[in-house]
Ligand binder design. Sequence first.
Ligand SMILES: Cc1cc2nc3c(=O)[nH]c(=O)nc-3n(C[C@H](O)[C@H](O)[C@H](O)COP(=O)(O)OP(=O)(O)OC[C@H]3O[C@@H](n4cnc5c(N)ncnc54)[C@H](O)[C@@H]3O)c2cc1C
Length: 385
Amino acid sequence: MDFSLTDDQCLIRDTIRQFMEAEVRPTIRARDREEKFASGELHKLGELGCCSMLLPESWGGQGGDTISYVLMLEEVARVDAAMAVALSVTNSLAVYAVFKYGSEAQKERHLSNLASGEMLGAFCLTEPQAGSDAAAIGTTATRHGSVYKLNGTKSWVTNGGESGLYVVFAKTDPSAGAKGASAFLVEPSFPGFRVARYEDKMGLRTSRSAEITFTDCEVPEANRLGEEGQGLKIALELLEGGRVGIAAQAVGIAQGAFEAAASYAKQRRAFGKTIGDFQAVQWMLADMQTEIEAARVLMYRAAWMRDTRAPRVGPYASRAKLYAGEMVNRVVSKAVQIHGSLGYSRESDVERMYRDARVITIYEGTSEIQRMIIARDLLSGSAPL
Ligand SMILES: Cc1cc2nc3c(=O)[nH]c(=O)nc-3n(C[C@H](O)[C@H](O)[C@H](O)COP(=O)(O)OP(=O)(O)OC[C@H]3O[C@@H](n4cnc5c(N)ncnc54)[C@H](O)[C@@H]3O)c2cc1C
């Protein structure tokens, strides 16, 4: 077993770290306060290849492995978690969707714009009445000759209003349950597409989460992704990959919070010593770093399994996402504790990280859903116990 990174992987990590420190860290607190979407910064990361890490070079991507991809997301999230989710959705749920399930014409039309960072991608599965229970979506796609008309509402669409391509899931056969959904590539210029409003969130305040309505939204048949009825299968497969990215986002936020806490513990004085001299603070730091490492190893394992096409990647992606999501919430809470009142102030980075981390046990499948996936696999008979 070899835990070292390749030279290429180190180069990606170092390049992104340098970029985030120089171009993003100086403005992050102000942008969070102003809820300003980082379009310029994301565009520059797109130029560095961060929107198409897993896409083969022949389609304009980086042809990178999943380890490189999670290293990139970790470095972005270490400074700005909201930018990491924009990139995670674009890479895992939009670019990869078109590459894996798209026709040649769909790839020709969309991949180069997505790969270069010209446009971000979005993924529209959740609805006001259907989150964890994705088969319960009510958006319909009714065929009228060579077009489908989409009707319904999607909620919490990351990159909504900022994206050039929306992967939308709708029922083509509402009577067929989970097998009645299909996937579509929708462009915001299509008639009947509307960004209705933006969510007012606890954290990730510089990311966009939109409610989008489709009113007789005309989508050409050529924009259907995959076959009719394959929609939910496609969504769930994409989310397996997405969860490795969300684990990386969690590890990145936790690493950023740990570094801030360790640095503060070395400066802040109380009772004639630095607070890092107190065992209570040392033990918090030791637990934080140990848990971060544990999550990182689970995440690398899931990434490595994807790269080696190992069987049962899904439950391992769920383990990484479950553990990393719960770990980051413990770590950011300790980071706030170590900062004392400063940790409760918007003058500190850990206050923002505390808010940003909370969503990780919720989106791309809640912790409860991850446990369900892991347990189902363990009890299925195919998993070694
Ligand atoms: C910031 C943000 C960004 C998001 N981005 C996107 C996006 O880009 N695209 C998209 O499609 N969606 C997105 N989502 C939606 C997200 O994926 C859903 O919120 C998530 O899947 C949970 O669905 P829900 O909120 O409807 O909760 P519900 O499904 O209503 O769950 C409520 C509670 O019940 C529990 N529960 C539900 N079913 C079970 C069960 N069978 N067993 C045990 N417990 C259960 C859940 O774990 C949870 O605790 C985003 C959400 C947020 C907050």
